[in-house]
Design a protein around this ligand. Structure first.
Ligand SMILES: Nc1ncnc2c1ncn2[C@@H]1O[C@H](COP(=O)(O)OP(=O)(O)OP(=O)(O)O)[C@@H](O)[C@H]1O
Length: 892
């Protein structure tokens, strides 16, 4: 074998040749065979191996050529030159061909991603779903969500969490959909972008919108390819990326390999729903693969795409629920976006565009905006749909709600000290369970027979009959939802639906249309279903659970006369425990307790809503909304009292448990709220009087979970205007738990707590909140230091409510005085600032006086016990004398 310059080039440039010439391997091999440079055996060696892709074939060819020696390698370079000249000449027509295919691709994908809403109530009322811009936040790299929290609860928190993060690290920003669209379609981004958001927050809707936006841009050269993880789950056999895409996009068949080889920088690959991906993603051990033609498992393919080994240079948009974000190592993610959900203004816009009439929209918005728990949940678009469906015709709920509102209004005028206010405080009586009951009822009634005749109101009168008829369907669907929850399963196939899909009365169609979404997998013909929103699954599971309880059956054994069985392990545990108990009341209590404990064992907050719904449905007043569905006389008389005492006892005894984490404790408070516990108001009063006593006596330690509970109780009661938490060992973490309510007090007194700069960051979030009502902020001896003051001063520049700021004994020094001086130049609201004992010297006093030349609103500045010289004090007094509106208090 002769080695010369050509064979050396083949060896040295192997990687480059594989990279650039693999697409010509077939024609090169032909040419080389025709001129005798390679043999028939060589050809079968190169083309053999069914799994080998172009790159593998190219590598084998180069090895063969090197083995054949200098002449074969020279022939190769010669052939390569002529092949490239030939392909160059067809480039112009190729370009035209590409444009035509691209336009066709845009048309097809645009149509596929039209925002079709199958929800017939919605389409009947508003002509389909209109897209409302939604608030997103973006962040370089990757962020992880807070652990231990139900994802639905995280949405409301996300708005404030965002500002907290902004304060502490300064690189999160809110952004609108348009901006994300531009980043993805402009061609300037590459690598993975993670879009996270809780269930129903609108990720898939954003993806649809993005594809439509791109499809409408005639000049966009981006090639968008969109796949859902749900579909990828169905591919069990190894496959090459090229083959997978060719099957999915058969209309791109002729140009796909060219795009994948030469236009990767123009490709945007959307992978929707990472949370649902069933295959493991092993970023450590998955073998590297850079050949789109090489077969591999779907999991390995996804890993190689995300790592940039496969199709380097493409942009990838991954969407995931928050808990699944960590499936991808953060260092591989270029940009993270979170769907924060609808802001209050966007919620209002949603109702305006999705309710049947402006009056209905106004009613729904009025109701939602006066019920804080509802408003928090309405950050999630899917929940907006549930609420608008439940309320716009749900006369029952609206009547009840307006009564609650009137009572709220009667207490709103109150002013004064928190404990006095709490005595009169009224905790609103509408619950989330009420809303879901109205939702189900509205849907059932809407689809009932005789829909064409009579008004919705008339049909509402007939609802007991409709609901009675719906019993078997609701029970079976509920059983499926419950089984899914226990198994942590959210996707069901046709066999899971069993009789439901063949229901002769057609009632189950209601659910298939309104409540279950069909997963339309393009890669296979198999159908699967999932609930419109996980909260709907949790509600139906709770409905089933309570229906079974009230009819004396064991919810854990599945409905009788049906094939649906729960996991054998679970079934055994629950039924053997049940056998040991006697008497229906004890059995009922036992079963509810089991369900509560079951949920508490799951620290992730999964099943939190289920427990709230169970608590709500055990209240006869709430069940009355679904009159007709429940047995008239439940076997168990203990569930007939307004709020069953056994339920309250159970929830209260769980609340006392010392092993409960704060988030589960808050969930128990939610359960008490759903159970319409009349003692909630008392609990708040108790809390506030304990705090009042504590601040007068020796401070004792307050657990973090207590702050969560207090925040929850205060949230339900908007009428308390003064919050005094002096000397309570309250730190930044405690403040974080209280954050939802902090802006809502006129006077916030947090003296003698170890807040420090981190606590100041929390407070600055409250001060910048659009809901901020804080007028007096008392932070005496809270370890702020100059850094804490700097953070607060920045926030106060944006705030126009605080009039009275007390910050004695905080060691702010001259640096802190300088920050306050800067604040005084900008702020026109503050009237009274107290800075006793803060280690300020003449330098600090000078800075403040300079600023006060520009500020004419400050009336009182207390500077006792600082480190001023005699001359400094004299200067301050003279300055004060010259300014009639300003009183500076100072002594040596
Ligand atoms: N921007 C929006 N404007 C109007 N309606 C919206 C918007 N976003 C979502 N929705 C409504 O909320 C429903 C749920 O949204 P979507 O399926 O996109 O959520 P998701 O985040 O993908 O949920 P999941 O994680 O469960 O897949 C949609 O069917 C749609 O009706």
């Amino acid at each position: 074998m002769a080695v010369g310059p050509f064979s050396n080039r083949v060896r040295e440039c192997r990687v480059e040749l594989v990279e650039t010439c693999s697409r010509h391997v077939a024609s090169l091999l032909d040419l080389l065979y025709n001129v005798g440079a390679v043999t028939e055996e060589d050809v079968s060696l190169v083309t053999g191996g069914s799994g080998a892709g172009e790159r593998d074939r190219m590598r084998t060819l180069l090895d063969v050529l090197y083995g054949r020696g200098e002449e074969a390698c020279r022939a190769f370079y010669h052939m390569l030159q002529s092949t490239e000249t030939q392909t160059g000449s067809v480039d112009v027509s190729g370009q035209q061909n590409l444009q035509e295919h691209l336009q066709k691709h845009k048309d097809i994908l645009g149509k596929e991603h039209e925002t079709i809403d199958y929800l017939s109530i919605r389409s009947s009322r508003s002509g389909g779903c209109s897209f409302i811009d939604i608030t997103l936040s973006k962040h370089r790299g990757c962020t992880f969500p807070f652990p231990y929290q139900h994802e639905s609860a995280m949405v409301g928190d996300a708005f404030r969490g965002l500002t907290v993060r902004q304060e502490s690290c300064g690189h999160d920003q809110t952004c609108a959909f348009r901006e994300l669209c531009q980043t993805l379609l402009s061609g300037s981004s590459s690598g993975p972008i993670m879009l996270s958001g809780v269930a129903g927050s609108g990720k898939t809707t954003l993806v649809r919108r993005l594809v439509q936006e791109w499809a409408s841009q005639a000049d966009s050269q981006k090639v968008v390819l969109s796949l859902s993880f749900r579909e990828l789950n169905l591919i069990n056999e190894p496959v090459s990326l090229q083959e997978l895409l060719t099957v999915h996009y058969s209309h791109l068949k002729t140009i796909l390999s060219d795009i994948l080889a030469h236009k990767t920088q123009d490709v945007l690959l959307i992978l929707d729903g990472l949370d649902e991906f069933g295959f493991p993603l092993d970023f450590e051990r998955t073998p590297k693969c850079s050949d789109p033609e090489r077969v591999q498992t779907v999991g390995a393919m996804v890993v190689n795409l995300i790592k940039g080994s496969l199709l380097p240079g493409i942009s990838i948009l991954l969407t995931a629920r928050p808990h699944a974000v960590s499936k991808v190592p953060p260092q591989l993610v270029n940009l993270s976006c979170s769907v924060l959900g609808f802001s209050p203004a966007q919620q209002r816009q949603y109702f305006e565009q999705n309710c049947g009439s402006p009056q209905a929209a106004e009613k729904v918005w009025g109701f939602v905006s006066s019920h804080k728990p509802l408003m928090l949940m309405c950050h999630i678009p899917a929940f907006c749909w549930i609420v608008s469906t439940a309320l716009q015709d749900g006369t029952l709920c609206l009547k009840k709600g307006s009564a609650a509102k009137n009572q709220d209004a009667s207490t709103l005028g109150m002013r004064g000290d928190a404990s006095k206010e709490a005595k009169n405080a009224h905790i609103p009586s509408i619950t989330i369970t009420d809303i879901y009951c109205c939702f189900i009822k509205t849907i059932m009634v809407f689809h009932a027979e005789g829909r064409e005749e009579g008004s919705h109101f008339n049909r509402l009168q007939d609802s007991p009959r409709v609901l009675e008829e719906a019993y078997p369907v609701l029970r079976d669907l509920g059983a499926l939802a419950f089984k899914g929850l226990l198994e942590r399963r959210f996707l069901f196939d046709s066999s899971d639906l069993g009789d439901l899909s063949q229901d002769s009365a057609g009632l189950s169609r209601v659910f298939l249309v309104e409540i279950l979404k069909e997963n339309r997998a393009l890669l296979t013909v198999e159908k699967s279903f999932y609930f419109l929103h996980t909260s709907v699954q949790e509600y139906l599971a709770a409905l089933y659970f309570v229906l079974q309880l009230l009819s004396g059956s064991n919810p854990f054994s599945g409905p009788k006369h049906r094939t649906l069985r729960f996991p054998p392990g679970l079934h055994k545990v629950f039924s053997s425990a049940a056998r040991k108990l006697h008497g229906p009341s004890r059995l009922l209590r036992h079963r509810v307790k089991k369900a509560l404990l079951w949920s508490q064992r799951h620290q992730s907050g999964y099943m939190d809503l289920f427990c709230r719904f169970v608590s709500g449905l055990l209240v006869p007043q709430t069940r009355f909304i679904l009159q007709g569905l429940f047995p008239r006389e439940p076997r168990n008389p203990c569930v007939l009292s307004p709020t069953p005492p056994f339920l309250l006892d159970l929830l209260h005894s769980q609340l006392e448990s010392s092993s409960l984490c704060p988030e589960r404790q808050v969930n128990l408070c939610h359960c008490l709220y759903e159970a319409k516990d009349p003692g909630l108001t008392k609990r708040l009063q108790g809390w506030l009087s304990v705090l009042a006593q504590r601040s007068q006596s020796e401070p004792s330690s307050v657990f973090q979970r207590d702050w969560s509970e207090l925040a929850f109780l205060l949230q339900l009661n908007p009428d308390v205007s003064i919050l005094k938490l002096d000397s309570q060992h309250l730190d930044a973490e405690g403040l974080c738990r209280l954050l939802p309510v902090l802006p809502l007090f006129c006077t916030l007194s947090l003296a003698q707590n170890p807040l420090g700069p981190a606590g100041a960051a929390m407070l600055s979030v409250a001060l910048q909140s659009p809901d901020c009502r804080i007028e007096s902020l008392w932070l005496v001896k809270t370890e702020l230091g100059c850094e804490g003051v700097r953070i607060l001063a920045e926030a106060l520049k944006e705030n126009s409510t605080v009039v009275d700021l007390r910050m004695a004994i905080n060691q702010i020094g001259d640096v802190g005085a300088g920050c306050l001086a800067d604040l005084l130049k900008a702020n026109r609201t503050l009237k009274d600032i107290r800075l006793r004992d803060n280690q300020m010297t003449d330098r600090g006093a000078d800075l403040l006086m300079t600023a006060l030349h520009e500020n004419t609103t400050l009336q009182c500045l207390w500077l006792f016990d600082n480190k001023f010289s005699k001359d400094g004090v004299r200067k301050l007094k003279e300055f004060s004398k010259r300014r009639s509106h300003l009183d500076i208090k100072v002594c040596v």
